[in-house]
Design a protein around this ligand. Sequence first.
Ligand SMILES: CC(=O)N[C@@H](CCC[C@H](N)C(=O)O)C(=O)O
Length: 373
Amino acid sequence: MSLNLQQIRRELHQIPELGFQEFKTQAYLLEQIKSMSNERVLIQEWRTGILVKVSGLNPSKVIGYRCDIDGLPITEATDYEFQSKHEGSMHACGHDFHMTIALGALQELIDHPIQDDAVFLFQPAEEGPGGALPMMQSEEFSKWKPDCIFALHIAPEMPVGTVSSKPGLLFANTSELFLDFVGKGGHAAYPHLTKDMTVAAGSFISQIQGIISRNIDPLDSAVLTIGKMESGHVQNAIAETARLEGTIRTLRAETMDLIKERLESIIRGFEISYDCSISIDYGANYYQVYNNEQYVQSFENAMNIAGITYKNANKAMTGEDFGYMLKEIPGFMFWLGVDSPFGLHHNQLQPNEDALSVGVKAVIQTFQQIASK
Ligand SMILES: CC(=O)N[C@@H](CCC[C@H](N)C(=O)O)C(=O)O
């Protein structure tokens, strides 16, 4: 039986849901998985995620494959006929592709089992607050804990038919960042009677740019991005509160600690100079994605056999909670070329659907390469 990958991707694309709210997505995936199941297949649900085991013919290990299933709080601006039906949410990071490819590969492994057991993880909340760590801590996961594991992420800037990876560090350490400023509001004409939090937050954004340029070793790398700012209610009143939301990315865990220390020092200074209070919350933190060299080599060999072009990847400042899985279980992550004119997290991300079958082929060939012969 072969799946209509394009149709599945389009159906999933229409129902993006945020982390741990993936109820329709879970129901859709379960229906698909149950319809392809046979006596070799076992299914467990965990929160809004799913674990599926396909028994091997003569297993000596468990090979894990993980895909993420959540969408982002982004309003879609593509002109797709199959646009998101969930106002304000979009599969802008390609998780609709990730799920479709996982279903396609699962179907293939059910029809053509390998020697080893295969476990497919449909993991919620990758974009936040992070589903990998709690999933790994669940009873469901420990029952079928993989001996090795791999995953993919779509790469908009790479052509269809290509994949890339690298041994060692692939993705950064990340920390979310939420800052709440509280001062004193008032009439726009009487600034001297207020503590203006729009001015404080604006100045804070400029000030913290110096952390990257002045406190981080130029040979190291880090990112400090404020993606969202909110303050005030009306043009002629001074804002009593402001909120900044952002993310920190570092190549080294120690650099993350340094940035957090510097942020906290700057906050103390701002509280004095702007006569306000500022609270900081680091939200979800993800561990770096660190690839095992031997598995990356097996993957490269598998791609040569599959006729898929393999390229060496560069490190990226993207984050992935799959890093927690790789911290405990040897394996790797790879990029799959999808040739989109718009990048990840863009409201017009348009991955080329020809990459779906390439993704399935890459995953299946990797299972076959890693499996006991
Ligand atoms: C691949 C990718 O784009 N991952 C996300 C992970 C989000 C982590 C967290 N919400 C944060 O912003 O720190 C990314 O933005 O890199």
